[in-house]
Design a protein. Structure first.
Length: 290
């Protein structure tokens, strides 16, 4: 073997070794849980909202069975990837440690979202997609943690979030990193997240300009809609009163009528995210709906 050939073989081995090191370094995090065969929905405890004036929702206290509002966060695990839907009222960075309650204004929480994700084998960096029902402060607190995910948002909502004058009832510093996230602008009424019709984001504007709901077609549980803030209290659904702080009351009324028609036609359970009594009966992570 000539010196030249020996040299080229040695450098070839070196190159293969080097590529292996690079591949290992860029491989996905080892702790990401194995994808399931069917879609799963995990419900996390992201706290509660206490002490709001029911008048904000055009209700008297005595008209409501429960004035406290639940704040859930959700992880959808699909065979092809993961979607975080709504990310809480209190950022994980505000916690000293888990189980020490944190209160910020009307919001309080006892657990970080990150620790609840870790319990089922995920870190924020593992998450494929981020979807927010809307930009209000009780749905967005951990957005920056998911800036490496692909953000699924409507143009009008994104424009409002990054306008010179920040939107009301929001907290731009908690989502500032999304400005540079890989982003898919949703332009259709329904957006099929994984391409198989099992996880659909549907436009339902009014509460905010680009408010949206999430529809899941689960194998055992059936069709479930996570309805964002289309409603807050179950009583709203019966009398159809609109909160005082809507972006557009007309749009909210139209969205409610459209969604009620949709859930009837498609035999879909509508889950009011903030419904305290309904939420308290839900299975919480690490249990899941499938
Ligand atoms: Zn809300």
């Amino acid at each position: 073997m000539t010196t030249l050939r020996r040299f080229s073989r040695a450098s070839g081995v070196l190159l293969v070794a080097l590529l292996a090191v690079v591949a290992a370094a860029s491989a996905p995090a080892q702790h990401a849980a194995k994808p399931p065969k069917t879609v799963r929905l995990y419900v996390f405890d992201c706290g509660v909202i206490k002490g709001l004036d029911p008048g904000l929702f055009n209700f008297k206290k005595e008209e409501l069975a429960e004035t406290e509002l639940a704040v859930p966060c959700y992880l959808i695990v699909h065979p092809k990837g993961t979607l975080m839907w709504d990310v809480g009222a209190i950022p994980d960075t505000a916690f000293k440690d888990d189980n020490t309650p944190v209160t910020q204004g009307f919001f309080s929480s006892t657990r970080t979202l990150k620790s609840q994700l870790a319990e089922i084998g995920y870190a924020p960096a593992d998450i494929t997609y981020l979807g927010l029902s809307h930009y209000h402060g009780d749905h967005i607190a951990n957005s920056n943690e998911f800036a490496t995910a692909t953000w699924l948002v409507r143009q009008v909502e994104r424009d409002a979030m990054f306008a010179d004058k920040p939107p009301a009832l929001s907290d731009p510093k908690t989502y500032s990193d999304l400005k540079n996230s890989k982003t898919v602008i949703l332009t259709t009424d329904e957006y099929d997240v994984f391409g198989d019709g099992k996880v659909i984001i549907k436009s339902a504007p009014g509460h905010t300009p680009g408010h949206q709901v999430l529809i899941l077609k689960l194998a055992k549980t059936g069709n479930v809609m996570l309805a964002g803030d289309l409603y807050h209290y179950p009583e709203e659904r019966k009398v159809n009163r609109i909160p005082t702080f809507e972006f557009s009351k007309e749009q909210s009324l139209a969205s409610r009528a459209m969604i009620e028609d949709y859930v009837k036609k498609t035999n879909t359970q509508l889950w009011i995210e903030h419904d305290f009594a309904a939420n308290s009966k839900l299975k919480k992570s690490p249990k899941y709906y499938d």
